[in-house]
Design a protein around this ligand. Sequence first.
Ligand code: T6T
Length: 379
Amino acid sequence: MCRSADRLTYLLEGAWEELPAKGKQAFPAVGIRTDGGHSNVTCNGRSANNEEDVMKKIVAALAALAVSATVLIAPAQAQDKKYTIALIPGLTTDGFYITMRKGAQAAADALGVTLVFQGAPDFNPVTQVPVLDAVIAKKPDAILIAPTDKVQLVEPLRKANDAGIPVITVDTFIGSGVYQTGAGDADFPLAYIASDNVLGGEIAARALATAIGDKGKVYVSNVKPGISTTDQREEGFKKEMAKHTGITVLETQFNDDDANKAASQLQAVFARNPDLVGVFGANLFSALGAANGVKQAGQTGTVKVVAFDAPTSIVDNINTGLVDVAIAQHPAEIGYYGVVSAYAHLTGHSIPVTIGTGFTIMNKSNIADPNISKYLYSE
Ligand code: T6T
């Protein structure tokens, strides 16, 4: 384990290995898998052996963050101020955000920061905005938030910015997601830390195309329009599927993040299209619901399922052949870098405007491997 004198650089160099068991579990090594291969940002050189462009972006972003972190030791130690950072998830009861919270907490513990986790019970701007208002009223030193709508969270978040509270978006973005350019009216967040969701959608499409022998009818089970992540996954999926001329992509079904609705929709689509061969579940509840719909329709293994996200129940679904492939994000890393970035900013240093975290691709052949299963989400 390599070490550096200052705390932030140390955190960036894989300190998770030495965190308490709980934090360690929640924050697996920084890395990306797009094809079952392994590639980590390394301790010394922060280099990676994966050719994916996205990895280069990650390495560049981490290197930039490390550079700013390297000079942090003096002000951080001199100030001795206890910062409070609020993390507002898309919703509180989703394994994705529960895992993100653990990564954020691991960084907060290591930095001596107080982390406040406050969110709504459903993925909905109508319930998220009052939570945001309540958080702003408490004047935290920084806000990390997964905005539940690209447009509807702009003005509510501007209130935080106007009140002098730095905003970093995690998982999802507002506006175009391009921040700090001086252009547009939603570029005020300091940074965006997330998976590359267009790439994730492309990976899903390639996996589904392979599973169905490159022909037949498929559709996307999605949440609702206006969410940056799931919009981009659908975009990437359709972009890749346009290259597969034997595959027809049917109309997207929106389920409002309700797995029961996604299951009913699967059965309705199948009733209208008995030759349906595949479905892409674009987030945890869409995938869970679509898979249940396939099971209820007695089509396990016939209608192939590619799932975004990796709740623990995905293991059974993969082992029984109900789900072919699951694309796990690395939410603990998103939370971790969210706190580290906010702290770096608060202690007077510039931070990268985007940090990309990776994926782990899970299927029947690798799901028993602890190096893969460690990326399953917490509950
Ligand atoms: O897929 C994640 C997250 O990335 C997305 O923005 C919303 O749905 C999840 O939380 C999974 O339920």
